[in-house]
Design a protein around this ligand. Structure first.
Ligand SMILES: *Cc1c(COP(=O)(O)O)cnc(C)c1O
Length: 398
């Protein structure tokens, strides 16, 4: 049976080139970058080189890149750090959207318990927030605007450059969780007026457990992790040297191949949309234009998302109902509710996220099994019977 990995928004494979770059730092070159002898300095140089690679990939300066344990830590640091500085100036209001990742939303929940207030911007039915809403939400009390670059469930891309320009003009710190976007779409932190940006290795073919926070020169943040003097005293902990080297290599490769990858992945994704849209009572989630190239998200009425995933798995397809972090919970995704889907529709969601390794054969296999699986689930579904009866009733009434 074919094996099709179509969950690249959850995590990606480390490429052979990335693994090769990392291996020396897991074996012979195991020195501590903080050690003064030459052996440690080899590791130190490797970290410095990776810092330059990450900076170049997003148009930042090397000294503005701080390595972390991943996207979640970068989000926590950016938001808690900016909030703490804001509070010192009596500013305790934060603006965000309804569709952020839980690393952002749960961090904001923690801040609300400390007395911060949060405005959650609408994203309308296309999953994109509006710059004028951001402008209206900012007050004298606002210390931070945090809006994700691209959504992990429905792939929608937010108007980051416009929000950046607005925040700069209004003197408010602007953070973006760009974990899904870095390496996939062009990003320049200077041109986009971004103050803080989170990225993660394992969403772009580096290993899990490494990421970075870009912090623009002059933007003050309190530390999240205290200890040794690593990362210029701003993020303690002995560096994950091999992971950092892998991140540097992976991000460089992703940016170098962005155009080719994008064209390939987008074409496959559009084939999936075209094929799956033929299934009755289906709908595409989120804007088609402002969207990550590899993101497919649809809802199928009268289908229970978890059962759909299990049957896809039985047919060799790794898929998701939305975000990996919410699987296991029975609540529908906050993102699908935010774009106005009724609960029962949001329950029948399917996310397929394609990467550079996917092929036409993968798409063919998915489109081969998906309609049959949906038919089978609808045959067993009381909800589907109900939908059919309701429609029959409407026809009679006409
Ligand atoms: C995966 C993800 C994160 C978390 O990154 P980790 O490195 O897994 O901690 C944060 N935000 C978004 C949008 C993500 O997709």
């Amino acid at each position: 049976m074919p094996f099709v990995y179509a969950d690249n928004a959850a995590t990606t494979a480390v490429t052979p080139a990335v693994l090769d770059a990392m291996l020396p730092y897991l074996t012979a070159q195991f020195g501590n970058p903080s050690s003064l002898y030459a052996f440690g300095q080899t590791a130190h140089r490797a970290v410095a080189n990776a810092r330059a690679q990450v900076a170049a990939a997003i148009g930042a300066k090397e000294k503005e890149i701080f390595f972390t344990s991943g996207g979640s830590e970068a989000d926590n640091w950016a938001i808690k750090g900016a909030a703490a500085i804001g509070a010192r100036h009596g500013k305790t209001h934060i603006v965000t959207t309804k569709i952020e990742h839980h690393a952002v939303l749960h961090t904001l929940d923690a801040l609300k318990k400390q007395g911060f207030t949060v405005t959650y911007l609408d994203v309308y039915d296309n999953g994109v927030c509006r710059v004028e809403d951001v402008a209206n939400a900012i007050t004298d009390q606002t210390c931070l605007v945090t809006v994700m670059f691209a959504n992990n469930e429905i792939g929608t891309i937010q108007p980051i450059a416009e929000i950046g320009a607005l925040c700069r003009e209004r003197g408010v710190v602007f953070h973006t969780d760009a974990v899904q976007a870095v390496g996939h779409v062009p990003i320049n932190v200077e041109e986009m007026h971004i103050d803080l940006l989170s990225l993660s290795g394992h969403k772009l073919h580096a290993p899990k457990g490494v990421g970075a926070l870009y912090c623009r020169t002059g933007v003050r943040l309190t530390n999240l992790i205290e200890g040794g003097g690593q990362e210029k005293g701003r993020r303690a902990g002995t560096e994950n040297v091999a992971g950092i080297v892998g991140l540097g290599r992976a991000i460089t490769d992703m940016v170098a191949n962005m155009d080719t990858n994008e064209a390939k992945v987008r074409a496959l994704r559009d084939q999936l949309f075209a094929g799956a849209s033929k299934i009755s009572h289906s709908r595409i989630n989120g804007d088609l234009e402002h969207r990550l190239p590899g993101n497919f998200s649809m809802c199928f009425e009268g289908v229970e998302g978890e059962s759909l995933l299990l049957l896809l798995d039985a047919n060799g397809v790794c898929a998701s109902s939305g975000s990996a972090c919410t699987s296991g919970s029975l609540d529908p995704s906050h993102v699908l509710l935010a774009i106005g889907l009724p609960h029962e529709v949001a329950h029948g969601s399917l996310r397929l996220t394609l990467g550079e390794d996917n092929t036409e054969a993968d798409v063919d296999h998915i489109l081969d099994v998906l309609p049959q699986i949906i038919d089978r689930l609808r045959d067993m579904s009381p909800l589907w019977d109900h939908i059919m009866e309701r429609e029959a009733g409407k026809k009679e009434a006409n």
